[in-house]
Design a protein around this ligand. Structure first.
Ligand code: ZN
Length: 133
């Protein structure tokens, strides 16, 4: 497996409406996409920073993964996403190295990317996402 770049950093926020203007000012660039990912019970907002993106995540349901994360840990960095050529191949190779997976096979994430998560128990506490186009 080879990672080509940090695709994005996911940040859990309570409220996109207040977080978006902050990031627009901080980064000096507008939010270029807002998208709801229904099966993740989340609304996302994206910013470009060079080749990397910032993905803000607001829960649409307190029982969803982001809702539970914020309840437990508060707002903050939620995950880091690495770009790979093929998520399914990358997931198998990671698993073969004894790393615990959340997703055994790729599913669809925001922006139509194929994504899969590694379990933070196996990744030094960092929820890690692999993604490919
Ligand atoms: Zn992500």
């Amino acid at each position: 497996m080879k990672v080509s770049k940090i695709e994005h950093i996911g940040i859990a926020v309570e409220n996109l409406e207040t977080a978006i203007p902050y990031y627009e000012k901080l980064l000096g660039t507008g939010c270029y996409a807002i998208e709801e990912v229904k099966d993740q019970k989340v609304k996302t907002a994206f910013f470009k920073v060079g080749e990397t993106k910032i993905e803000l995540l607001e829960a649409t349901d307190p029982e969803g993964p982001i809702g539970k994360f914020i309840e437990k840990k508060g707002q903050g960095i939620h995950h880091i996403a690495f770009a790979v050529e093929n998520v399914n191949e990358a997931l198998s190779s990671v698993e073969a190295n004894g790393i615990q997976l959340i997703d055994k096979t790729a599913r669809k994430g925001a922006e139509g990317l194929n994504i899969g998560f590694l379990h933070p128990k196996s990744t030094f506490g960092v929820l890690t996402e692999l993604c490919s186009e």
